[in-house]
Design a protein around this ligand. Structure first.
Ligand code: ZN
Length: 420
């Protein structure tokens, strides 16, 4: 508004606020709320239960009890960073009439904050996920009174393992496993397997892996996993996930607070040998996060995790072979959605095409080709015009001196020749 105002208005605007401020010193509500959120965040790090409770003075008893349980369950965790950043950069404020109706006569705002959680010794930068908080101004100042008032808009506050039950930890050699007491015996095995898998990935992945301290989370149920990851697809065919926050406040785009999550009922059923391969696959994702970027496609991610993480094995590709033989191979690399939704054969096809492509470029440009292409795409400016294909094409030309369309066509020809 200021920049569009005529010059005469500008003069008034310059002087008037100074006079008002001198008389009443009002602080904007946003600043008062930020102060309260800073106290709440500091209380979590300091394990200061009284201050934490004081930031919920006007909240219903059930919400207070629920959040206090959450707070107490964090006791065993090495929390180095906990912040609730209200910047207003994305949604800002989401208050609706229904929210004002719930708190008649009070000042109320529903705000999006970035909840940053960093594990000491593990996170180079904290995870940054959304929390949607309702804050109310009562007689004793601002309070957080709810964190689920915009769930009807599909805006969910981040939940963690300790939202679903008590947690314990086991750690060693820069690997932290967080689990519920029921998985205590299994967690030790996971820690040992993780150490072996990480050493293997450090040999297999052709790029440096600098931040190699790893956090592994074991949710007990698939429902818990789905709520934590906020997934909307069927998880029944998946065994593990490498997840991370996208933090756009740092250099435009950065993956932070990486975690490995298990689909525990599926993972526990696998043989020890297969569990190790699954861990290597996930840890390759984890290592590649350091050179990732917004234009990286799922076929890159899954291609490198299978090719390098699963020890460069050139796997049988039965689904791809079947599509080639029956003339149903579309000669294109799969779009992202095919890696998660659709019938299982389509998901298998997507994974097979992804690893087949990396194996193909390795046969043409050497073992590190898939990793080199991945790094080139990841290094592109995160704030630039152009579709992913445009950025992909630039990366292919820079790395192999070949347009992407040519590389994709050559790969498809080879697949047809080899598999028909
Ligand atoms: Zn994967």
């Amino acid at each position: 508004m200021r920049s569009r105002a005529p010059a005469a208005w500008l003069v008034t605007a310059l002087f008037l606020p100074v006079v008002v401020r001198a008389q009443t010193s009002p602080r904007p509500w946003q600043q008062e709320v930020r102060d309260m959120l800073a106290r709440r965040g500091a209380a979590v790090v300091a394990r200061d239960e009284r201050t934490f409770i004081a930031t919920m003075a006007a909240a219903p008893a059930a919400f207070k009890r629920d959040r206090l349980t959450w707070f107490r369950r964090m006791g065993p965790l090495p929390i180095g960073v906990y912040r609730l950043d209200y910047t207003g950069e994305e949604y800002g404020e989401l208050t609706r009439a229904v929210d004002r109706g719930r708190h008649p006569g009070e000042e109320v705002h529903v705000i999006q904050v970035k909840e940053r959680i960093g594990f000491r010794g593990y996170d180079a930068a904290p995870q940054a996920e959304d929390a949607f908080l309702t804050v109310v101004k009562g007689s004793r100042g601002w309070s957080v009174v709810s964190d689920r008032d915009v769930e009807s808009l599909a805006l969910q506050t981040q939940r963690e393992l300790w939202d679903f039950g008590p947690v314990e930890t086991t750690e060693g050699g820069g690997i932290l496993v967080v689990f519920h007491p029921a998985q205590r015996a299994a967690a030790r095995t996971v820690l040992t397997q993780s150490e072996v898998a990480r050493a293997k990935v450090k040999k297999l992945w052709p790029m440096p892996w600098h931040q190699d301290h790893v956090v592994v989370m074991i949710p007990s149920t698939v429902g818990e996993l789905a709520r934590i990851l906020q997934t909307t697809f069927d998880l029944s065919t998946f065994v593990a996930f490498a997840a991370s926050s996208i933090d756009r406040s740092v250099a435009g785009w950065r993956l932070t607070g990486p975690r490995i999550f298990f689909h525990w009922p599926n993972f526990r059923r696998q043989s020890a040998a297969l569990q190790r391969v699954i861990l290597q696959h996930e840890f390759t994702h984890r290592a590649s996060f350091e050179v990732s970027g917004p234009y990286v496609q799922s076929f890159n991610d899954e291609g490198i995790a299978q090719y390098y993480g699963e020890e460069e094995y050139n796997p049988p590709t039965p689904e791809l072979r079947s599509r080639v033989k029956t003339g149903r191979f579309d000669r294109h690399l799969p779009p992202d959605y095919l890696f998660s939704v659709g019938p299982p054969p389509d998901i298998y096809l997507a994974y097979e095409e992804a690893v087949d492509f990396v194996a193909y470029i390795a046969s043409r440009y050497g073992r590190a080709a898939g990793a080199r292409l991945y790094r080139a795409i990841g290094a592109d400016n995160p704030i630039a015009a152009g579709s992913w294909r445009y950025h992909f094409d630039r990366a292919c030309r820079a790395t192999f001196h070949v347009p992407f369309a040519t590389l994709e066509r050559d790969w498809a020809r080879r697949a047809i020749k080899d598999l028909s």
